[in-house]
Structures are given as C-alpha cells and as structure tokens.
Design a protein around this ligand. Structure first.
Ligand SMILES: C[S@@+](CC[C@H](N)C(=O)[O-])C[C@H]1O[C@@H](n2cnc3c(N)ncnc32)[C@H](O)[C@@H]1O
Length: 227
C-alpha cells in the first residue's frame, strides 16, 4: 500500500497460503514470499551479496508458545489437564512437527534467535531499524520476560534498543486462570521492540571496538564448530 518492496520468509506453508488469500481479498499485489527456514534463507542472501534491507520486521516464535496448551477451562488445578471443552491447540502456528522443537529449551531458543539476528544485522543497512514482535509467557508456574531476553541478545549482536511499543490486543479475553489455587495473570499484550543498526560514525570508540570484538568472537566460535 505504501509502494515498498518486501520479502517475507515463513517456514509453514499454511501461513503463506493465508497471506495470498488476504492479498486476493484486499486486492493487494503480493510481495515476494519465500517458503523456507530463515536460518538457511538469510545465509543465501548474505552469500549472494545482492541484498541489503532498509527495514526488518519479524514476528518470531515466542520460545515454546507454539506448543503450549492454551488452557481456557474455567479453572484447573496446577499440573492438571484443562477441562477439555474450552481447551484448544492451534495446529496452524506450529512450525514443525519435529519432536526436537517440542523439547526446545530456553537456551536452544536463545541460540536460534542469536543466529537469525546476527544474519539480520549483516543484511540491514546502517542507520536502519529492526522491529521485533514478542510476547512474554507463563510456563510451568513461572513468568518469562522474553522481551528482556530479546533486548539482551540483540544488544550483544550490536543492535541498539530504541524503544518498545506495547500492543494491547483488545480481542484477547480475560480468563480466570489458577482460581482457588494461585494468582496467574491473563496476558493481553505483546511488545514491538524497536532496534537500530547505528551508522558507524555515530558510535563512540568503545562501542565500535566492543561490536568488532563480539563479531570476531562469533566468527571464531562458528569456525571452531565447523572444525
Ligand atoms: C509468532 S508466529 C507469527 C505468526 C503470524 N505472523 C501471525 O501474525 O500470526 C511465528 C512464525 O514464525 C514461523 N517460523 C518459526 N521458525 C521459523 C524459521 N526458522 N524460519 C521461518 N519461519 C519460522 C512460524 O511458522 C510462525 O508462523
């Protein structure tokens, strides 16, 4: 609608079909949509040296959120299965049926995010922005600040955090989770974390040196893994 050209990457073909259906319904010209794994596709962009992006927008997987049972029962005991009729699992948002993704630890997720955003950093023009959609999650009795993890991981890569937008989703209903047993909040918001790849000349000497050192460490670690 704003006459920009975009390239999308999505691993689950169902979402790509939905995107094309929406383009048809709204009479929009479809943008280039690649069905694939970002971990591989971004590397091919880097290898081809043809691509440089003005903006990167990502709606990443929220650690295990794709796989966690959405409990919408009126109440349930801690550890007990939800009461069936209101319980739902969306198969659509699953990006792989591979069991290794079901068992993905927080460390696996952080390393995946680190790999993908290191490539995003290489592909983004200096002075340009990267916006990351992320929601925090409640899992096994504990609340995880995934937005804080994202700020830390992208900061280590060299992105500068510029701000956050809280997206209150008015369509999300409030639920009585944990009633009679514990207090569990309904999560009705997500974050859009906004980062910038600063132009080199706006960084001070220490910042430049620290980014260079970190990049060298990443390269060294990657080459020692290959060896
Ligand atoms: C939080 S969902 C976003 C879904 C959709 N954009 C929406 O607005 O509802 C994360 C998306 O990332 C996709 N995904 C997960 N890992 C991926 C990867 N390695 N490469 C490409 N897409 C991936 C999933 O299939 C899923 O559609």
């Amino acid at each position: 609608m704003s006459n920009r050209n975009g390239i999308g990457i999505e691993i689950n073909k169902d979402w790509i079909d939905i995107y094309h259906n929406i383009c048809d319904l709204e009479s929009l010209k479809p943008q280039k949509m690649i069905h694939g794994d970002s971990r591989e596709t971004l590397k091919t962009f880097i290898d081809k040296k043809r691509y440089e992006f003005d903006f990167i927008l990502t709606d990443i997987p929220y650690w295990k959120m794709d796989f966690v049972e959405k409990s919408k029962g009126t109440y349930k005991k801690v550890g007990e299965d939800s009461k069936g009729i209101y319980s739902e699992k969306s198969k659509l948002s699953r990006f792989s049926s591979d069991s290794k993704y079901f068992e993905r630890t927080k460390e696996d997720w952080e390393s995946l995010i680190g790999d993908i955003f290191s490539d995003c950093f290489s592909l983004l023009k200096s002075g340009s922005y990267c916006a990351v959609f992320i929601g925090n999650m409640y899992h096994k009795g504990r609340y995880f600040l995934l937005n804080a993890d994202i700020a830390r991981i992208l900061g280590q890569i060299g992105f500068i955090l510029k701000g956050e937008i809280v997206w209150y989703d008015v369509n999300k209903k409030l639920h009585l989770y944990g009633i009679n047993y514990s207090w569990i909040p309904s999560i009705v918001h997500q974050f859009i974390m906004v980062f910038r790849k600063e132009r080199n000349n706006t960084l001070n000497k220490e910042e430049k040196e620290s980014i260079q050192t970190r990049n060298l460490e990443i390269i060294k670690n990657k080459s020692s893994i290959k060896e």
